[in-house]
Each structure stands twice: as C-alpha cells, then as structure tokens.
Write a protein that binds this ligand. Structure first.
Ligand code: ZN
Length: 150
C-alpha cells in the first residue's frame, strides 16, 4: 500500500468524508453469504463452503491515532458499532458465531496502519470455542478433577 494513499482516510472516496467510526464489508473477504452452506464433514480432505461475513470496522478517522491513544468516549463509539453489527448478524438464523478482533501492527501482517478491526460471522461455532464453552459450563469440581486426573 503506498504511504500517501489510504482508502480508510476521509477524502479517499472509499469511506465517508466525515465519520466517527465506519463499518463496511471487507473488500478481500474470507467468507461470503453467497458461498455454499457449511457441512460438518470431518474427512481428511473434506472441503466445505466458506460461508459467513467479514466486515472492517474503522475505529477513527485519524490515520495515525493508535487505538491505545483513543479516548474512552471514542472507544464507546467503537463498542456501539461492534454491538450494533453483532445484533444485526445474530438476527440472521444462518449466523451462529461472531468474532470481533483487532488488527494492529506489522508483526501480525497488517497491511493497513489506519486504526481498524474486523468482525467475522460464521454459520457454526468453531470447535475450539465450542470446547471452551463446554468447559466453562461444566461444574468447577469436575474441571479440577479432570485437570488432576489428566
Ligand atoms: Zn488512513
């Protein structure tokens, strides 16, 4: 990405010229509601539809503002954006899981330094998350016994 061109900055033509936070579908989406439905086929070489949604959430119009430097008031606007989109996604019976995550830093391969994150929505709960939920629902005594017993 050229240093003097950021599509997330106001005035780029890609986003509104004036915004606090802004949500839009990811241009390079990993999931789409147009893909075939997910099928629970555990075969070694099984494939299934990459159905779901990918959104980009722009946290702030200031290209160089680190999320850690944003005010609590502005973070409240970001959280409102997350909450509104999550409610909208869960209104769709095809969505079973919503994952909101931060994109910051070259170390994780972020190509856009503009402060932003993403929201992925999937038609299934990922297996690791499902196991964590099952563990969290289990009585504490059972969890301790399972750790001690191996
Ligand atoms: Zn920018």
């Amino acid at each position: 990405m050229p240093r003097d061109l950021c599509p997330f900055c106001p005035g780029s033509g890609k986003v509104p010229d004036d915004y606090d936070t802004f949500l839009y579908p990811n241009d390079f989406t990993a999931f789409s509601q147009n893909n075939p439905p997910f099928e629970n086929n555990p075969g070694l070489f099984a494939t299934t539809g990459s159905r779901g949604t990918c959104d980009v959430v722009l946290y702030h119009p200031d290209h160089n503002l680190l999320p850690s430097a944003m005010t609590a008031e502005h973070w409240s606007k970001v959280v409102d954006t997350w909450r509104g989109r999550t409610e909208q996604l869960f209104a769709n019976p095809d969505i079973a899981y919503v994952h909101i995550f931060e994109n910051a830093g070259e170390a994780i391969g972020v190509t856009m330094p503009h402060p932003h994150g993403q929201i992925y929505a999937l038609p299934m709960v990922p297996p690791l998350v499902e196991r964590e939920l099952e563990s969290a629902r289990a009585p504490l005594e059972v969890s301790v016994l399972q750790v001690v017993g191996g």
